[in-house]
Design a protein around this ligand. Sequence first.
Ligand code: PMP
Length: 388
Amino acid sequence: MIFDEEINQTIRYIKPSGIRKFFDIAATRKGVVSLGVGEPDFITPWHIREAAIHAIEKGRTFYTGNKGLPVLQEAICAYYKRRFHIDYAPKENVIVTVGGSEGIDVVLRALCKPGDEIILPTPAYVAYAAIIEMAGAKVVEIELKEEEQFKLTPEALKNALSEKTKAVILNFPGNPTGGIMTREDYAKIVPIIKESGIFAVTDEIYAELTYEGKHVSIAEFEEIKDRVVIINGFSKAYSMTGYRVGYILGHKDLIAMFNKIHQYTIMCASTPSQYAAIEAAYNGDDDIEEMFQSFKQRRNYIVRELNRIGLKTHMPQGAFYVFPSIKCTGMSSQDFCETLLEEENLALVPGDAFGQAGEGYVRISYAYSLEEIKIAIEKLEHFLKVHS
Ligand code: PMP
């Protein structure tokens, strides 16, 4: 590439997203069935769309304050209080961001300095490692294990700590594994976080998609609340991916620092989208429930079917992904996905796109209709027969 030498060398050596790479190949083919993309297939509920339309009609087309519309900040705090019993102050503890994605970027850039280590339980969502590296810090991976339901254990966390550790990333329910942490699971790691004085950056974007019991946030543990930063957003719970609204919750002094990056790079999230988010936060509980039931039905179906056709699949407790083992085929996850695409026109994501710990697995999103899921299962069943 002609600019390789001139470009920032850290950026040069960041690997492009393994998900995108795979879908660029899929896009060159006709008639591909894809269970690859991590976004809900529902059109945003009408009353939420209407709130965005109404905002535009009323001429609410200007910048908002950097940290977001005060009513939205209040709505977010009220929502965290109502659903997760955690207190945050609208003026001090919230920044409205452009999706959870901007939240991840701002928080990690503000926390990381060159030489810092960030503990990343993997398989993990692809953005974290790339952003940590772009910030000049080092990723220290912990392998989450299927036999431990992809949970973060105190032993693994302890082993990964060093004097350079700045933070641990938590993403439960998790992409790509669907793993969750219960209150008891967190109770085992909270003392380690407290004692070591690191930050916990918790990406709770799939909180509403917790199938057994209720989502627990690590911020509920008062003894470390000041060192917890929550990233969340409206994309997954309300099927609002295209609106691009997310938020960061945390200690006021951290929020002030995060806001420096946010105000210079972004200014504010889209104004009509913020109005849509206000409607979602106050009046969207029934929509969450409806989509939740639909995802749960799909989850139960796909896990049963995958196990029936011979792909050992852990029952995910949250999010909308299953992470079956493909070790029985003897193929690498890249080979499996490339051959599957070639022979069956079915696109899944190779597990190693989420870190080395994902090798031997594939990620299947069930944020697709039952009809599409059924077709995909038929294709997989045929593929396994040919390759067994
Ligand atoms: N975190 C996780 C774990 C995700 O899976 C995603 C989207 N795939 C995001 C954050 C970002 O979502 P958004 O920017 O749409 O809020």
